[in-house]
Design a binder for this molecule. Structure first.
Ligand code: CA
Length: 349
């Protein structure tokens, strides 16, 4: 009898242990907002092949290619992965306050290195991307991680329409910005440059933005060595990614790089495993006006601004004003470990 009651007493503990284990191991719900895009395609297939993530939707934003081509590409990618269960929705048609700048120069005529994938078996969801984001965040409060890897137009539209989603989002991991110079020009990274007003809305929304910038992406390179690893086993996805990587590497080598920057895939990698990145809390402002610096992410590494107070005809420094961090800025990545993860997830698929 006593033994029975002891055993019964353990049942609730066992139940909670199993529940806690299940919660710890349940995949994280993510929405990838994307402008596919060679590195977007790599990022999407990494996400779809990673058991740590449950991709709730792909929402398409204009950037590397226009919205129509981007939606077609996203649908072809989920079809290639045999995942017509993934919701794919179009979004904004243009940036908030400027003309669209597309990047076929880097991504090929169709945005996917000129590789023609079969017509998609999957259908687009009729909902508007930003509305879908709002809907999913409310459906799964505190569970959804947003992974925007294109210009931030869709996210800005969602946040502007329904600011109540901000505290309900579990995390937001963006590919965008840089704290050490840009990849468009001396100052700006492409995703921020292509819609600085949207980026300013997103950075000021009230959440902590995990910022995986171009400066770190450019130190996380896929090289010929990794390409050879990818080519060693064949499958529809790995063959496709190998073709993209070859195109992307050749383009990067022509521009003087040793390998191709894994911009978007690294953001997905950090969502899978934050220990792949060295992160530091900072306050980041987006420059929307500067003559040479529009689209720059201006990161404050000190956590404060000088406090200048007017005394007669001049100002005097009177200490400093603390700034609240709004971003976890990625300073470095464990590039080899990330590349191994990427290759292992794509290889043989
Ligand atoms: Ca992208």
């Amino acid at each position: 009898m006593k033994r029975f009651s002891v055993a019964c007493g353990l049942i609730p503990f066992l139940f909670f242990f199993l529940l806690a284990t299940a919660v710890a191991e349940s995949p994280r719900r993510v929405i990838v907002d994307t402008d596919p895009g060679v590195d977007d395609a790599m990022a999407i297939l990494l996400a779809l092949n990673s058991p740590e993530l449950k991709v709730e939707a792909l929402t398409v934003v204009p950037g590397n290619v226009d919205g129509r081509q981007g939606l077609e590409n996203a649908l072809k990618l989920v079809s290639l992965a045999g995942r017509c269960d993934i919701t794919v929705a179009g979004g904004a048609h243009h940036p908030l306050n400027q003309k669209l700048i597309t990047a076929q120069f880097w991504h090929g005529k169709n945005g996917l290195a000129g590789v023609e994938l079969p017509t998609s078996k999957c259908k687009a969801d009729p909902r508007f991307g930003p509305d879908l984001i709002i809907e999913l965040v409310h459906k799964y409060p505190y569970e959804v991680t947003l992974i925007p890897v294109g210009p931030l137009t869709n996210i800005a539209l969602a946040v502007s329409k329904d600011p109540s989603i901000v505290p309900l989002v579990k995390d937001i991991v963006i590919m965008g910005g840089s704290i050490t110079g840009g990849n468009v020009n001396g100052a700006a990274e492409a995703n921020i440059y292509n819609d600085p007003e949207a980026a300013a809305i997103v950075f000021n929304a009230g959440w902590m933005v995990t910022m995986v910038g171009s400066d770190v992406g450019e130190r996380t390179l896929i090289t010929r060595k990794y390409l050879a690893e990818l080519q060693s086993l064949h499958g529809p996805q790995s063959d496709f990614i190998a073709k993209l990587a070859d195109f992307y590497l050749t383009r990067s080598e022509k521009s003087g790089y040793q390998g191709a920057a894994m911009y978007d895939p690294l953001a997905v990698g950090v969502a899978i495993d934050p220990t792949l990145a060295t992160l530091k809390d900072m306050h980041v402002d987006v420059e929307t006006k500067g003559e040479f610096t529009r689209g720059e992410t201006v990161a404050n590494r000190m956590g404060s601004n000088e406090n200048n107070v007017l005394h007669g005809d001049h100002y005097e420094i009177e200490g400093s004003i603390d700034l609240k961090p709004n971003a976890r800025v990625c300073l470095a990545s464990d590039a080899d470990r990330f590349l191994q993860l990427f290759i292992s997830r794509i290889k043989g698929k």
